[in-house]
Write a protein that binds this ligand. Structure first.
Ligand SMILES: *C/C=C(C)/C=C/C=C(C)/C=C/C1=C(C)CCCC1(C)C
Length: 261
């Protein structure tokens, strides 16, 4: 049963990954001095590899951890497909792939919040309110960022409201119900995973507002600004999607091996 389910997931993922690049077929070529383009290319491939890895490894871990690893794989899968399109926009037009970027975040950031919630739930009974509060913070943060970057509101207003949404998420995971639950009841390995995840949301996520800042507030010309914006966002995605998944994978394997012996 588990095997068939696992193979099915792999088949679906492979199909999506093979189909996507041909849908977004590029006519321009990647130039050897286009370092932002090269980073788009490298990260798309890393996301594909991470997706295959997370899905395969679901076979190896205990029941409740399978869901966490599946969600990690979904995050990298959704991002990989968006990176194929973002890469093409960048290579063909040299413009910032704003819409694809935010659609990707709109799907993957809530999935990462689900991941937080699943880790908590793997240890203890936790209220659904935690989940909804994390979700509200996420939506405020992303909606403000999008409106600021797309020019519906001033870049500063989008930045400030975005920071407020993010601060609310930080408050919830450090001092709110989520923070308290993790501190009191979890086994050591889960506690350390939760605390690493918390630092990722603090330090790792801080790279995004930094990219926004460098992209809009340094007074550089539009071309340098958009190169800076995209390379910083791309780097941030490696930390927050791939490294984040690897942390989940590590605790899943550790806890599963403990349960087996
Ligand atoms: C996989 C994608 C992730 C984890 C994206 C995270 C995005 C953010 C944490 C964005 C944050 C922003 C602010 C805190 C203020 C300025 C606007 C944003 C949206 C760049």
């Amino acid at each position: 049963m588990g095997n068939i389910y696992g193979r099915f997931k792999l088949m679906m993922a492979s199909a999506a990954l093979v189909a996507a690049p041909s849908l977004a077929s590029a006519s321009a070529n990647l130039e050897s001095d286009d370092f932002v383009g090269i980073s788009f290319w490298l990260i798309s491939m890393a996301l594909v590899a991470a997706t295959a890895f997370f899905f395969m490894e679901t076979q190896r871990v205990e029941g409740k951890w399978k869901t966490s690893l599946t969600v990690s794989g979904l995050v990298t899968l959704v991002a990989a497909v968006h990176y194929f399109y973002m890469r093409d926009v960048w290579i063909e037009t040299g413009a910032t792939p704003l819409v694809y970027r935010y659609i990707d975040w709109l799907i993957t950031v809530p999935l990462l919040m689900v991941e937080f919630y699943l880790i908590l739930r793997a240890i203890t009974a936790v209220s659904g309110g935690v989940f909804w509060r994390l979700m509200i913070g996420t939506l405020v943060m992303l909606a403000a960022g999008y409106m600021g970057e797309a020019g519906y509101i001033s870049a500063w207003l989008g930045f400030i409201v975005g920071i407020v949404g993010w601060a609310y998420i930080l408050y919830e995971i450090f001092f709110g119900e989520a923070g308290k639950v993790a501190a009191e009841k979890a086994p050591a390995s889960v506690q350390s995973a939760f605390s690493t995840m918390r630092w990722i949301v603090t330090i790792g996520w801080a790279i995004y507002p930094l990219g926004y800042f460098l992209g809009y507030f340094t007074g550089a010309g539009p071309e340098e600004s958009s190169a800076m914006l995209n390379i910083v966002y791309n780097l941030a995605d490696v930390v927050n999607k791939i490294a984040f998944g690897v942390i989940i994978w590590n605790v899943a394997v550790t806890e599963s091996d403990k349960a087996k012996s």
